[in-house]
Design a binder for this molecule. Structure first.
Ligand SMILES: [Zn+2]
Length: 86
């Protein structure tokens, strides 16, 4: 049986999951502190801070972006970054 270290990301709305493998460590303070380093999230998966802090899969990301665009109207560009609009 094989074991792979990593972290499981779950979409906060629909529960879809993606697994990110552990690929190493980043060291700080001359090696005194370290933090695990994981694979990048797949394209359009997103950790976003607006309107709440949550992980979103591409489908839910599109859905909430559409709602936010309707809500903000012309001000959308100020509050929604391009990366959210893919
Ligand atoms: Zn989702």
């Amino acid at each position: 049986m094989a074991t792979t270290k990593g972290k499981l990301i779950e979409c906060d709305k629909c529960g879809e999951k993606v697994f990110l493998k552990l690929i190493g460590k980043d060291y700080y303070d001359g090696g005194y502190s370290s933090q695990d380093k994981f694979e990048e999230m797949p394209e359009n998966w997103l950790y976003r801070a607006l309107p709440l802090y949550c992980y979103l899969c591409p489908t839910c990301n599109r859905e909430i972006t559409k709602i936010l665009k309707e809500f903000w109207g012309e001000k959308s560009e100020r509050y929604i970054k391009d990366e959210y609009l893919k």
